[in-house]
Design a protein around this ligand. Structure first.
Ligand code: CP
Length: 310
C-alpha cells in the first residue's frame, strides 16, 4: 500500500499529478456536485494526537464528500491517556480494518512508524517538526492558481523555521517545482545548514521580502520551544512581522499566505491578513479540502482496483 508520509520521496511529476487531481475537486466542491462517491463503503480513521482545526476538519469534510465513513479519534479522549503506546493504538485501528488512516502526532517520524505497521495507506497530517505534506500541496496549488505557475516564483517563508513542519514540506515542494525560495528567521529559529535544501537564508526580513511574488508567514511555535529562546511578541513583530509597509517592498501584486493558526499582531498585521487583494489565506483553506480529497482518492485507488497513482 502507498502512504503519503512526506513530500520527501515524491518526484516533481508526482507532486504535479496530485495538484492536477486536486484541481478537479476544487470545481466539484464549488458546484456542490453530489454524484461521485469513490470512497463509498471505505472507513477512514483520523487519529489526531495533537490539536488541529483546519487539517482535521478538512480531512473529515474531504472523506465525507468522497463517500467514506469517517471516524475521528482525539487522543485526549482516548486510551492514550491510560498509557497505551503509539504502536498498540495503531494496531488497534488496523484490527478494525480501516481503509485509510490519517495521523497527526507531536513526534517527528511517528507517522512513518505507523505506516510501516498497518495494512492500509497512511496520510501524514503533520508529525512534529518533520513534515506536513498536504499543507505543502495546498500551498503549491494556491500559488499555481493565483500566480499561473510555481516555477520561477520568488517565495519568502518567514518565521519559526526551526520548529516548522510546514516550512520543511513547503521548501521540499516549492524547490521541486522550481520556485526560488528564500527563508527568513532570527538566528535562534533558523535550522543549521538550511541552504543545503536549496534555499537562500536571511535574518533581515526587509531584505528577504524584496521583490517577492509570494510572502508566506509562519507563527512562533511556542509549544515546541522548551528551553529555547522565545522572543517577546513586540520585539518579534517589529523585526519579523508582516505589515503593509513591509509588504510594499515585495512585488505590487504579491500573494500573502499563512497556514494558520495566525497570531494577529505578532507575525502578521490584521490589515495584511485580511487584505482583499493580497491575502490568499482563506483560499488556502479551500484548497486544503480539494488537496485532501485528491490524496484520499489517489491513495485508496490500489485497494479499490482503480489505476492512477503516478
Ligand atoms: N495549518 C494547519 O495545519 O492548521 P491546524 O493545526 O489547525 O490543522
Amino acid at each position: 500500500h502507498g502512504s503519503l508520509t512526506g513530500i520527501a520521496g515524491l518526484q516533481p511529476h508526482e507532486i504535479v499529478f496530485l495538484l492536477d487531481e486536486a484541481e478537479q475537486w476544487v470545481d466539484w466542491n464549488r458546484r456542490h456536485a453530489k454524484s461521485q462517491h469513490p470512497l463509498d463503503g471505505l472507513t477512514q480513521i483520523n487519529a489526531f494526537f495533537e490539536n488541529s482545526t483546519r487539517t482535521l476538519l478538512s480531512f473529515e469534510i474531504a472523506g465525507k464528500r468522497l463517500g467514506a465513513d469517517v471516524v475521528n479519534m482525539h487522543a485526549a479522549q482516548s486510551s492514550v491517556k491510560k498509557g497505551e503506546t503509539l504502536i498498540d493504538t495503531a494496531m488497534t485501528l488496523n484490527a478494525m480494518r480501516a481503509d485509510v488512516i490519517v495521523i497527526r502526532h507531536a513526534s517527528s517520524g511517528a507517522v512513518q512508524l505507523i505506516a510501516d505497521k498497518v495494512d492500509c495507506p497512511v496520510l501524514n497530517a503533520g508529525d512534529g517538526a518533520h513534515e506536513h505534506p498536504t499543507q505543502a500541496l495546498l500551498d503549491a496549488l494556491t500559488i499555481r492558481r493565483r500566480r499561473g505557475g510555481v516555477a520561477g516564483q520568488r517565495v519568502v517563508i518567514c518565521g519559526d523555521l526551526l520548529h516548522s513542519r510546514v516550512a520543511r514540506s513547503n521548501i521540499l515542494a516549492l524547490t521541486a517545482l522550481a520556485a526560488e525560495v528564500r527563508v527568513c528567521a532570527p538566528t535562534t529559529l533558523m535550522p543549521p545548514a538550511i541552504e543545503r535544501m536549496g534555499v537562500t537564508p536571511f535574518t533581515d526580513f526587509d531584505a528577504a521580502i524584496e521583490a517577492c511574488d509570494v510572502v508566506m508567514m509562519l507563527r512562533l511555535q511556542n509549544e515546541r520551544m522548551a528551553g529555547a529562546y522565545i522572543p517577546s511578541t513586540r520585539e518579534y513583530h517589529l523585526r519579523y512581522g508582516l505589515t503593509l509597509e513591509r509588504l510594499a517592498r515585495a512585488r505590487p501584486d504579491a500573494l500573502v499566505m499563512h497556514p494558520g493558526p495566525m497570531n494577529r499582531g505578532v507575525e502578521i498585521a490584521s490589515n495584511v491578513a485580511d487584505h482583499p487583494d493580497h491575502s490568499a489565506i482563506t483560499e488556502q483553506v479551500e484548497m486544503g479540502v480539494a488537496v485532501r480529497m485528491a490524496c484520499l482518492d489517489v491513495l485508496t485507488r490500489r485497494a479499490r482496483g482503480v489505476e492512477g497513482w503516478a
